[in-house]
Ligand binder design. Structure first.
Ligand SMILES: *Cc1c(COP(=O)(O)O)cnc(C)c1O
Length: 443
């Protein structure tokens, strides 16, 4: 069994996270429950910051908040010296409500609305990552209305494909994101950005994919982006003070996933930047990266209660838990794999092969196929590992299931950071028009 961060099996044979026995957490907070190992989140953040500090270069590590965006997480990100990426008004609002410093917020997205741009301008965020020509003109116009000058990066597609699932790779030419370097679109975008009086062009941004286990893709991306920067300086006389290499650093979900140490990714990127830019006598830019999954992914565990089971002799045994695709849609969306343990009997031998089903009305609602567990009984607790990223963030109310609570566990203390949704929350936005109201019954 592979245990992440501070997780361990205690002498009762229970899983413990952040010094908290998860059997106790289930009693106190109910299930399903997302448990975040706060110490591990902080450790991951420090690995990035530390690795960059050692290079002596100027840098920003921007946490890609879409992976897990709640106010307490924004607080941790700020405390650990990270910047923050947001992709929508909701994420921006969350960050601002948490008191995150606006000047360290970067706004991403391929379709920012005028309202979102207004909101971000009013807050005074640090940078817009501009994705397309429509946005370039819109941002300039709105900034002009408010008499503001705004920092921008241009998102470019360097034509580098990271080896990942098709649905989550974004670096290749055929992508909804960004300006393509290869066909000259990125160059045109730089020309236009330089011509917009309200925009201050800081540089370019590239994000080549997700769950990347090699440094080669980042190296290639740096080469393309450096060559592009050098071309821009030659032809347009502009130098970029910032280069952003995005996120996508891989984590270990299951056996066989072999992520590199954070410092290896950082060193590959910074070495490549130094080599490429120094060779052209180009002033070394500030380097930004945007880890999301690798900050929170392996720090998250989802705790479920086992309910029913269905044994089909000679086929398989299904074991159903009290959550599913509503709290973790990744297996259904991407075929993602997870590891899990029976959290209340973690020392018992694994004598049964089961498949873990969710409780939604959907055959695709499966969390894990073919998992070895001790003989499972109704009422047991199942802990699924590595659910910190893109789980709570992607959770839904399908079947009107209430979204689970989230706790941060650290040093034996568990703090609720998101309350479990209530029935009131479920119907909170529903309205019954007058003509559909039930007539009052006459007495
Ligand atoms: C999703 C995304 C990230 C974070 O990706 P991870 O795989 O979670 O590290 C960073 N930057 C951009 C632009 C993204 O779209």
């Amino acid at each position: 069994m592979y245990l992440h961060g501070t997780s361990r099996i205690n002498d009762k044979g229970h899983l413990e996270i952040g010094g908290c026995d998860v059997v106790d957490l289930a009693k106190e907070f109910g299930t399903p429950l997302y448990i975040v190992d706060e110490e591990l989140v902080r450790r991951r953040a420090r690995e990035y910051v530390q690795a960059f500090r050692e290079t002596g270069l100027r840098f920003q590590v921007a946490y890609a908040s879409k992976a897990f965006c709640v106010m307490a997480m924004c607080r941790v990100a700020e405390e650990e010296g990270m910047s923050l990426d947001v992709v929508s008004d909701g994420e921006l609002y969350t960050a601002l409500q948490a008191g995150f410093p606006a000047e360290r917020i970067h706004f991403h997205g391929n379709n920012k609305t005028p309202e979102e741009i207004e909101m971000a301008l009013a807050a005074g965020i640090g940078c817009f990552v501009v994705d397309n020509f429509t946005e370039l003109a819109l941002l300039n116009a709105i900034a002009a209305e408010h008499g503001k000058k705004v920092n921008v990066l241009l998102r470019v597609t360097p034509g580098v494909e990271a080896h990942t699932h098709d649905y989550i790779s974004t670096g290749q030419q055929d992508s909804k994101f960004g300006f393509d370097i290869g066909n000259g679109t990125a160059y045109k975008a730089v020309e236009q950005a330089l011509a917009q009086p309200q925009l201050k062009l800081l540089g370019v941004h590239s994000h080549i994919g997700s769950q990347i286990f090699e440094v080669e893709g980042f190296r290639m991306a740096v080469e393309k982006v450096a060559a592009f920067s050098i071309e821009v300086r030659e032809k347009l006389g502009a130098t970029f003070p910032v280069i952003n290499l995005g996120g996508g650093f891989g984590i270990r979900y299951v056996e066989g996933d072999a992520p590199l140490p954070v410092s290896t990714y950082v060193k590959a990127i910074t070495d490549a930047i130094i080599t490429q830019f120094t060779a052209a006598d180009y002033p070394l830019p500030e380097i930004w990266v945007e880890p999301g999954r690798s900050i929170v992914g392996d720090a998250g565990t989802t705790l479920y209660t086992v309910g029913t089971s269905k044994d089909i002799p000679g086929v398989r045994k299904y074991v159903a838990v009290d959550g599913g695709m509503t709290d973790n849609p990744r297996p259904a969306l991407y075929g993602s794999k997870y590891e899990a343990v029976l959290a209340n009997r973690a020392n018992e031998s694994l004598s049964e092969l089961v498949s873990v089903a969710g409780k939604c009305c959907e055959s695709g609602d499966m969390l894990i196929w073919d998992l070895k567990l001790p003989p499972v009984e109704s009422g047991d607790l199942l802990a699924v590992f590595c659910t910190g990223a893109y789980n709570y963030a992607m959770a839904s109310n399908y079947n009107r299931i209430r979204r689970p609570a989230v706790v941060f566990a650290r040093d034996g203390q568990a703090d609720l950071v998101v309350a479990r949704e209530s029935y009131e929350n479920i119907v909170g936005n529903d309205l019954i028009p007058e003509r559909l109201r039930k007539p009052a019954v006459a007495k």
